[in-house]
Design a protein around this ligand. Sequence first.
Ligand code: GAP
Length: 521
Amino acid sequence: MAQEDVFKKIVSHCKEYGFVFPSSEIYDGLAAVYDYGQNGVELKNNIKQYWWQSMVLLHSNIVGLDAAIFMHPTTWKASGHVDAFNDPLIDNRDSKKRYRADVLIEDQIAKYEEKIQKEVAKARKRFGDSFDEEKYMETSERVKEAREKRDALHARYAEAMQGPDLEALKQIIVDEEIVDPISGTKNWTDVRQFNLMFATEMGASADGAMKVYLRPETAQGIFVNYLNVQKTGRMKLPFGIAQIGKAFRNEIVARQFVFRMREFEQMEMQFFCQPGTEMKWFEYWKHVRRAWHEALGMGTENYRFHDHEKLAHYANAATDIEFKMPFGFKEVEGIHSRTDFDLSQHEKFSGKSIKYFDPEKNESYVPYDVETSIGVDRMFLSVLCHSYCEEQLENGETRVVLKLPEALAPVKCAVFPLDKKDGLPELAEQIVDELKFHFNTHYGDPKDSIGKRYRRQDAVGTPFCVTVDHETPKDGKVTLRHRDTMEQERVDISRLRSIIEDRVSITSVLKKLGDEIKKYE
Ligand code: GAP
């Protein structure tokens, strides 16, 4: 199946099984805004819990924070967002649609790349086993031509984005004869800068109202609280502040479901350290964050680092952790060494000293900061994309199963009475009543066949199903079915909790991660 089709199936599965709904769908939805349903919210909460505990439980020098979404507007002057948090936009006069100029050009670069790949695929088919891809890439005139065009365009684009030079971006769109995918015309406006922050007004009276922004990142809430936390918590460097919360960006091009949204959630941690030690901590967090992802067991081969060559003016190192989505390797998390830029800017704009007195060095300085920043929604999407499977069964049926990491699954265990008679429902309810205090356990009504009930739990990724049958009242045993293998075993009711809890608890993943972290300390 083409990856595009797989992605479409994942999106419709999310809706059908209560993971993600378009926002205010009864009014036809709101572009790039989504609601999480009954299963989605559980999965999302488990991701957040895993992240939170990995920060504040596994690191004695990291504490939490929950700052407000609204912040004093000077925050965003100081951080640079008012002046520089822009995307270059362009409108097509015929379709009246708005595009990101950089995305249009990147799509054009991707078209050259696609052309190269198509030529290679055709040649591979033609030459069979004797095909030498490297040699073909060097000798085929068509491939050579496409590669030259791609490389020239890439170089021109990279230069235009420095600054950025808006006229140069427009000229590229004109020279490459890029057409609007909707109208098919080249009737473009000039390229303009578009600030991504949402603004609103605070205050009751029209003349006294203050323009405030919905925060475009949670990080600034941490920076402006640095002193509060450091002083009240008597924190000594190095130490970190972790926060989970909503962020808002008026994205021009919102694509790929919950990958790029206008309202999303971030999990960010700022690690403050002594100047000069930041590269050590940058390397540390690079490894620890990758280990966090890998401890979930979604395949080490599905992750890669993308080190930034061109750094933001305030950063001295930056990398992304990318995950293999059906639409290619994509950024899920960013790790940035932000120097003392943010704290110094807030010191300058607020006029308040944000220095740390180092008792060992007997001097005061503005700490340096290493940031780890991951989008909850992108993490959610990566987990779903990796877990979605369509399996052909021996009886010819297809089962759709979400092979979610067990610790993240919305429901951990479903308990089914085989039928309505002989007190089986009451016995099943008793088991639910016992297990529900330890993990999310559901009762499955016997109105559907057992096969149907298993399929429904597979589709939402429930790792364990327990069936109470006519033997259970006699021998105290139930059938325990494993989601991934579909294997069934007879076990004592008294053993259910320990068997399941061991596998589904976030603690077990944290322990694995804790062992990895020790290697870097
Ligand atoms: N404080 C740094 C910061 O915000 P970023 O690279 O702009 O850095 C960090 O964002 C993470 O937030 C990204 O790696 C991504 O996971 C998530 N993110 C950013 N924009 C997003 C959007 N429009 N929709 C969903 N997630 C987004």
